[in-house]
Every structure is written in structure tokens, then in C-alpha cells.
Design a protein around this ligand. Structure first.
Ligand code: NAP
Length: 260
């Protein structure tokens, strides 16, 4: 299926690692132009060098999202380089373990700043350009918005708010022809997930316990599977789909996990 994304420009936050990297690489395969936003400069530059070596265009913007209002500069740099924005993938986030008991009001606020506010800021500043292209927005949320996890209030609150904003923006932006959807992953092996699972004493056993509860095929979702859905939602192939929360999770959230 040709997604017709050639020469379209998409901003991907956290686009150099994990799920974001997979989205970046799938965009390149479709001939689209990714703008890779994140704070890991070395990894992003390496990724960009590979993309350019393959004859494709991209842009790296190295920036810390959250505490400072930096999103206008991301939009300005993208427009200065390419003159258009066809979509935004809000993806950067960290499950930072700021809990109710193990946490503080200040840590909670900072977690929400780091995980949520840039989702709003980027779309807000990008709006005038998205109106021109009738662009699409994809918010990467998390199963924790619906299942909870325990010990991660700031992250879970942010992920829940991202789902609410997906519906809210879909309504507000429908008159402009801009579609807004969310992709909801559950268990995906990425650098962040690997760090988390390795924090357990017996990480191999913990991983086996988790994967055996994933209904479809008893395996983790791959970053590429998240990326495929994201690209479909960015493309005109999903031209009448908006305000949706799409669960790419092997049935984790909706099917009975007690059945093994
Ligand atoms: P990852 O491996 O940590 O990759 C995320 C990338 O985003 C990293 O390069 C990270 O930089 C960057 N980043 C994070 N916060 C940032 C910030 N404030 N400013 C700039 N860059 C930032 O994470 P992932 O597992 O691919 O997760 C991507 C998204 O999927 C997140 O929104 C996450 O909540 C969601 N998700 C993931 C899973 C899963 O199982 N992996 C499940 C549910 C939802 P650093 O490398 O410097 O930290």
C-alpha cells in the first residue's frame, strides 16, 4: 500500500531511539522527511548520517523538551529548513517513577512538564502550518493511562491526559481537516524498557512473567509494529479516522490476561 507520504515533513519527538527511531526509519522508507527531535545528540546525528547516506533528507533538533518553552523554536527551524509541516508525532516521554507515596508535589509537577506539556506546545505552535497542509497528529500514549502501573503518578497522569487531548483536539481541529489520533503501546522492547527491566534482580524471569501475559503470541510488541500504525494514521489512507485510541499491544489492555 502506497501511503503517499513522499516528501512530506513530519516532526517526531524522541525520534532517535526506541519507538521514535522506528517511526523515523519507516518514514524514510516511505520517502518522507523526518525532523528528529530529542536530547540524545550523538545517537540522533548517527541516525541522520545513515539517512542522508541513503540519499534521504532529515533534520536533527537537539533539545530538552518540557521544562522550558522550546517548541516554537522546533517549528521555526522546521519551517526554515523545509517550508512545511505535514504532521507531528508526539512521542518523547519517560516512565520516571514519580509515585504517590514515593514522590513529592514538586516531582509530580516536573514529571507532568517532562511528559505532557510539550505535546500541547508543539501542536499549538505548529497549528498555522498544519492548517495549510491539513496535517495529521499522532500522540503516543501508554497502557498505563488505562490500566495504571503503581508508583508512577506523573507519567500515568500525562499519558491519560494525552488520550483526553486526542479527543479534544480531534473535535477542535475537525473543521480544519486536521486529524488527531493516539497509539497506545503496552510492552515494547526499547532502550527505556530495557533499562527498566534490567533494574529487577531477576530481569530474565520478570520479562518472561510479563510476556506470558500478552495474549497474542506471548511476545512483546515491536517498535516497528507501533511505527506501522503511526504511519497509517499520519497518511491519507486513514483519511476518515480521527479521535481514536488505537491499541497496538497484542491484546494486552482489552483481552483477558488471566487466560494463559
Ligand atoms: P526511549 O527508548 O527512552 O526513547 C525515547 C526517546 O525520547 C529517547 O531518545 C529520549 O531521550 C527522548 N526523550 C524522552 N524525554 C525527552 C525530553 N523531555 N526531551 C527530549 N527528548 C526526550 O522510549 P520508548 O520506550 O521508545 O518510548 C517512546 C514513547 O512510547 C514514550 O512516550 C513512552 O511513554 C511510550 N510507551 C512506551 C512503551 C514501551 O513499552 N517501551 C509502552 C507504553 C508507552 P534519552 O535517551 O536522552 O532519554
Amino acid at each position: 500500500m502506497d501511503l503517499k507520504l513522499k516528501d512530506k515533513v513530519f516532526i517526531v519527538t524522541g525520534g532517535a531511539k526506541g519507538i521514535g527511531e522506528a517511526i523515523t526509519l519507516e518514514l524514510v522508507k516511505e520517502g518522507a522527511i523526518p525532523v528528529i527531535v530529542g536530547r540524545s545528540n550523538g545517537v540522533a546525528k548517527q541516525l541522520a548520517a545513515g539517512i542522508r547516506a541513503g540519499g534521504n533528507r532529515c533534520l536533527v533538533i537537539t533539545i530538552e523538551l518540557g521544562l522550558e518553552d522550546v517548541c516554537k523554536s522546533i517549528i521555526d527551524k522546521t519551517i526554515a529548513e523545509f517550508g512545511q509541516i505535514d504532521g507531528i508525532v508526539n512521542n518523547a516521554g519517560t516512565n520516571d517513577g514519580v509515585g504517590l507515596i514515593e514522590g513529592s508535589p514538586e516531582q509530580f509537577k516536573n514529571s507532568v512538564l517532562a511528559n505532557l506539556t510539550h505535546y500541547y506546545d508543539l501542536v499549538h505552535y505548529g497549528m498555522e502550518h498544519l492548517k495549510v497542509t491539513k496535517g495529521a497528529i499522532v500522540n503516543i500514549s501508554s497502557k498505563t493511562a488505562l490500566t495504571g502501573q503503581g508508583g508512577t503518578s506523573g507519567y500515568a497522569a500525562s499519558k491519560g491526559a494525552q488520550l483526553a487531548l486526542t479527543r479534544e483536539w480531534a473535535v477542535e481541529l475537525a473543521p480544519h481537516g486536521i486529524r488527531v489520533n493516539a497509539v497506545v503501546p503496552a510492552e515494547v522492547m526499547t532502550p527505556q524498557y530495557e533499562k527498566w527491566i534490567n533494574s529487577f534482580d531477576d530481569s530474565e524471569r520478570s520479562l518472561a512473567e510479563i510476556t506470558k501475559r500478552i495474549p497474542l503470541a506471548k511476545r512483546m510488541t515491536t517498535s516497528e509494529e507501533i511505527a506501522s500504525m503511526t504511519l497509517f494514521l499520519l497518511s491519507d489512507r486513514s483519511s476518515h479516522t480521527t479521535g481514536q485510541w488505537v491499541f497496538v499491544d497484542g491484546g494486552y489492555v482489552h483481552l483477558d490476561r488471566a487466560i494463559t
